[in-house]
Design a protein around this ligand. Structure first.
Ligand SMILES: Nc1ncnc2c1ncn2[C@@H]1O[C@H](COP(=O)(O)OP(=O)(O)OP(=O)(O)O)[C@@H](O)[C@H]1O
Ligand SMILES: [Mg+2]
Length: 433
């Protein structure tokens, strides 16, 4: 700024020449900046895709190996990396081309000042001293602009990352939490689904006009073909998704009005795909009920038929389960998850059983757990083996998002419908074993 002012005072006739490149520099900078922004955004997107692919591959490593798809996967990673190299190359090409361009304009200003200033000196209109000083300081006027390109490059790189982070932070929360407190102590556990319809994003409705009433303290069983919507139903109760029409009531209150944390605290959910955290068995059982003592952990494990296999490990409850519990069998994982839910001691318990994880012992665990823990709480048991839920108060048979039959085991057998057929098939299998 001071350089510019002194220039105008000393040699007004050529000061404009020295400043001539400045609008070009600023104009060029802003137009290239816009292009750089889109190119850097593309680079960040592509970097995101590579890390998605790698995460996917690492978690699916067993599948990749078993299908000997290593070459296929490494080719896919190669393709993504190539795409990254290309997009990055395009961004860098623009950014490196910009610097010489900038320097060219600066040099142009410099040369013009030198030439025209020199001519003015020859004509005697400018003193040699002023000219010398001018030539000296013109560098100070224009040279700082060279830093502009680097600054801008850094800025656009940082902005591209920032925009991604901000985009994530600005993502609207799909579930609006309610405000009505719902403390554990007052929960009775009556659940009612009232004519609900639900479809996952842009898909056909998974549940249609479905109603279900579960009195507080009762135990119901849900059976049905795979994909009929059983797990979806309980995920709606946990408010992982929002129903499109109808409402779900807990003790007569719409769950959308309830405090989300309170609602989830009163539900113990053993999900179909059990998730264990890296850590010890005890830590995993205690997950969510962090205050409980070791005795209670053992008690819960015994109820879930897990104590026996845990005791057989050399390190017992201190055994490390590995990432996602990979060092345990499917059934063992399932039983730890049941123990975890038992320890939580919730007014409402949901057991969503996966066919794959149901070995005989796990089924026994679920049955035993059901008998012991269904007392004084509402229990929803989703099962593939009908024997697991035959003693529940009411069994619902689900087909394509609707209940087609309901009643006790005996009532359903007497009806001789879908349930009865399933029962005969399954018990026939049992007999033939
Ligand atoms: N996150 C999701 N996004 C989109 N569609 C989904 C999602 N989860 C499930 N679905 C679809 O919803 C339908 C019902 O799925 P759901 O998991 O509720 O079935 P299910 O009755 O629990 O089956 P299973 O007995 O195999 O556990 C299926 O057709 C499935 O493809
Ligand atoms: Mg399911």
């Amino acid at each position: 700024m001071a350089v510019g002012v002194s220039f105008v005072i000393l040699a007004p006739q050529i000061a404009w020449l020295a400043m001539l490149p400045i609008p070009f520099i600023l104009g060029g900078t802003s137009s290239i900046q816009a292009q750089l922004a889109t190119r850097y955004a593309a680079v960040r997107d592509q970097a995101g895709r590579i890390s998605d692919r790698l995460t996917n591959n690492l978690s699916g490593i067993a599948t990749i190996k078993s299908f000997t798809a290593e070459a296929y996967e490494s080719d896919r990673v190669y393709q993504e990396s190539e795409a990254y190299r290309r997009t990055n190359g395009r961004a860098i090409a623009l950014s490196v081309a910009f610097q010489p361009l900038l320097r060219f304009f600066i040099l142009l200003g410099f040369v013009l000042t030198l030439y025209l200033g020199g001519r003015e000196v020859l004509r005697g209109r400018l003193s040699v001293g002023t000219y010398g000083f001018m030539v000296f300081i013109v560098q100070d006027l224009l040279w700082p602009f060279t830093e502009l390109s680097e600054l801008m490059d850094e800025y656009q790189r940082a902005m591209a990352s920032l925009r991604r982070v901000m985009g994530l932070l600005d993502t609207p929360q799909a579930i609006a939490p309610g405000h009505q407190p719902f403390p554990f102590a007052i929960v009775k556990g009556a659940v009612q689904f009232d004519q609900i319809t639900f479809a996952y994003n842009g898909r056909y409705p998974v549940l249609q006009d479905l109603s279900l009433q579960i009195p507080a303290g009762s135990t119901i069983g849900i059976v049905g073909a795979t994909g009929s919507g059983k797990s979806t139903l309980v995920k709606l109760l946990l408010r992982f998704y929002e129903v499109q029409t109808g409402q779900i009531l807990m003790d007569g209150i719409d769950i959308r009005d309830l405090d989300l944390g309170d609602l989830r605290r009163c539900i113990g959910w053993v999900s179909q795909d059990v998730f264990l955290f890296h850590g010890t068995i005890a830590e995993n059982i205690r997950y969510g009920s962090f205050e409980t003592g070791h005795e209670q952990v053992i008690h819960a494990a015994k109820l879930a038929e897990a104590h026996e296999f845990i005791a057989q490990f050399p390190q017992g409850y201190k055994t490390i389960v590995g990432e996602r519990g990979q060092k345990l069998s499917g059934g063992q994982r399932q039983r730890l998850a049941i123990a975890r839910a038992i320890l939580k001691d919730p007014p409402i318990l949901i057991l969503d059983e996966a066919t794959s994880a149901v070995d005989n012992e796990t089924e026994a665990a679920i049955q035993k757990a059901l008998q012991v823990i269904e007392k004084d709480r509402t229990t929803i048991a989703i099962a593939h083996r009908l024997s697991t839920i035959r003693h529940t108060d009411c069994i619902y048979v689900m087909e394509q998002g609707q209940f087609i039959e309901s009643g006790t085991h005996e009532q359903l057998l007497a009806k001789n419908g879908t349930y009865a057929k399933l029962w005969w098939v399954q018990s026939g299998e049992v007999f033939s074993v």
